[in-house]
Write a protein that binds this ligand. Structure first.
Ligand code: XMP
Length: 515
């Protein structure tokens, strides 16, 4: 059901493979990633108009180095090898790759020798800044190849076999530091592969709505767990467009949400016309969490309780056959990638066991999308900015931001402190610049003095990080005046807190959440 004109990205384990596919989609051409272990039949069946081979950490000389069948270069579709992809292409087609123990990492100046195709529209009389990250390099071209760009370090910074339409670049066009990255990929995808740029979010919405309508028969119902986040909201709105009130959304208040969140989520869902069942289960969650201090135990209890409540509610809905979920493309590829399942998948997926337990089929309308595409869809659907630019919030909520036991009193304190952090971040314009910003309650008491009185109260830690994917993160260098305001307001306005600290740990080795 996807556009005929599409690009296949074959993954050799580079950290930037996903970026390649995203950049192609930004050109409005659909692209998918397959691991390099995909069979030739699978590659052929995908029917790409062009193939991009990603980079990767291996050397073609490594034992068991990832490779692909030679036939990939004989399918009659253009191929672009990036970094390892270019070395592998050279190696398979009879050229020589020089093994190197040194890595070239960082910017390099590229001189273009030919502007006929890959470098169309660029200039041979100036140098362009490109990003390199490689160990080995091409030493001798494979038969039929010529050099079309060079850098100081490498006479073969880009190569071409014109007759077979095979291309290689030693640099990474997908990263932002390569100033001509977009041009190179656009030339490959639009000019060389001749793809029509028809992949737009508008067309995606229409297609998905039609698909869901065709899939769910008139007597069937779909349920969806709403969290108030962008993924579940967009999923619900899309499915609702297709089947109306046969979609029943379930919103569970686990008592671990932020200040004012229940009301704002409910208002939004109702304004969107969704059919929502609201369940206030906060007492049940808090009861089960009594005396529990171990972080993973907290997660499990919250996950199980959620499933239990969700099942109870679903039973009341009638004949439910489908569960709609906001799974995104990175979750899908992480599980098939050459690298194997990524370490980001902890016990995060609270509803992971649901479909099997309840014998439900899945509807995952966002399965092919990256986060920024979901944001675009949200804009198309007219969702409020508040949702579109909302920072991630963990399923177990404030429970993993209260170290040790979760109690009503602690939740109350953390909610107030957290609300101040959010308010000040939004007021100062920093909320959207950072990945996440929130308060954490440390259940240790320290001594303070307020007026003439000695105090002995909790500590609030402020956590604020920059990140692109939550795999790694650095603490945000927030201006002192914002930190001062946060500290003043929290200590003055939140009863039970007399000290505020700022978390200056990066991930790794620390994680973003404290538990
Ligand atoms: P960590 O703490 O592992 O967090 O650096 C990485 C990202 O994942 C979020 N996170 C969770 N999300 N359930 C969730 O739905 C969880 O149990 C969970 N733990 C962490 C965290 O907020 C950050 O964005």
């Amino acid at each position: 059901m996807y556009p005929d004109d599409r690009i296949l990205v074959i993954d050799f384990g580079s950290q930037t493979t996903q970026l390649i596919a995203r950049r192609v989609r930004e050109l409005h051409v659909y692209s998918e990633i397959k691991p390099c272990t995909a069979s030739l039949e699978e590659i052929k069946a995908f029917g790409a108009k062009g193939i991009i081979l990603s980079g990767g950490p291996a050397s073609v000389y490594d034992e068991g180095a990832p490779t692909i069948p030679r036939e990939v270069f004989e399918l009659g579709v253009p191929v672009l090898g990036i970094c390892y992809g270019m070395q592998l292409m050279t190696f398979i087609l009879g050229g020589k790759v020089e093994e190197s123990s040194k890595r070239e990492y960082g910017p390099a100046d590229l001189t273009i020798l030919d502007t006929e195709d890959l470098f169309y529209g660029l200039n041979t009389s100036r140098k362009y800044r490109v990003w390199m990250s490689h160990g080995d390099r091409v030493e001798e071209l494979a038969p039929g190849f010529e050099s079309i760009a060079k850098s100081e370090n490498s006479p073969y910074a880009s190569v071409r076999n014109k007759e077979k339409s095979l291309f290689g670049v030693q640099f990474h066009p997908e990263v932002a530091h390569t100033e001509i990255g977009r041009e190179v990929l656009a030339n490959f995808v639009l000019r060389i592969c001749k793809c029509e740029p028809t992949w737009t979010m508008r067309s995606f919405i229409d297609r998905v709505v039609e698909e869901v309508r065709a899939k769910v028969s008139p007597e069937e119902k779909v349920i969806c767990a709403l969290s108030g986040g962008i993924d579940s909201t967009v999923t619900a709105v899309l499915v609702h467009k297709a089947i109306g009130d046969r979609l029943v959304c379930i919103f569970v208040n686990n008592g671990l949400l932020r200040k004012g969140e229940v009301e704002s989520v409910l208002n939004l869902m109702r304004s969107l016309g969704l059919n929502v069942r609201y369940v206030d289960a906060s007492e049940r969650f808090l009861e089960r969490l009594k005396g529990v201090t171990d972080p993973e135990k907290k997660r499990l209890i919250i996950g199980h309780t959620f499933i239990e409540i969700f099942e109870e509610e679903a039973k009341k809905v009638g004949r439910v056959t489908y569960l709609a979920q906001g799974t995104l493309y990175p979750d899908v590829i992480e599980s098939v990638s050459f690298k194997g399942p990524s370490a980001t998948i902890k016990t995060h997926h609270n509803v992971g066991a649901l479909p099997e337990r309840m014998k439900l089929k899945l509807i995952e309308p966002l399965r092919e999308l990256f986060k920024d595409e979901v944001r675009e869809i949200a804009k198309e659907l007219g969702l409020p900015e508040d949702i579109i630019y909302r920072q991630p919030f963990p399923g177990p909520g404030l429970a993993i931001r209260i170290l040790g036991e979760v109690t009503k009193e602690r939740l109350e304190i953390l909610r107030e402190a957290d609300a101040i952090v959010l308010e000040e971040m939004k007021k100062s314009g920093w909320y959207r610049k950072v990945w996440q910003s929130f308060a954490v309650l440390l259940p240790v008491r320290s001594v303070g003095v307020m007026g003439d009185f000695r105090t002995y109260e909790y500590v609030i830690a402020i956590r604020c990080v920059d990140s692109v994917d939550a795999m790694t993160a650095d603490w945000t260098r927030l201006p002192y005046d914002i930190l001062a305001r946060l500290s003043n307001r929290i200590i003055n306005e939140v009863r039970g807190v007399n000290r505020v600290v700022y978390d200056i740990s990066s991930k790794p080795p620390a994680t973003i959440e404290w538990e």
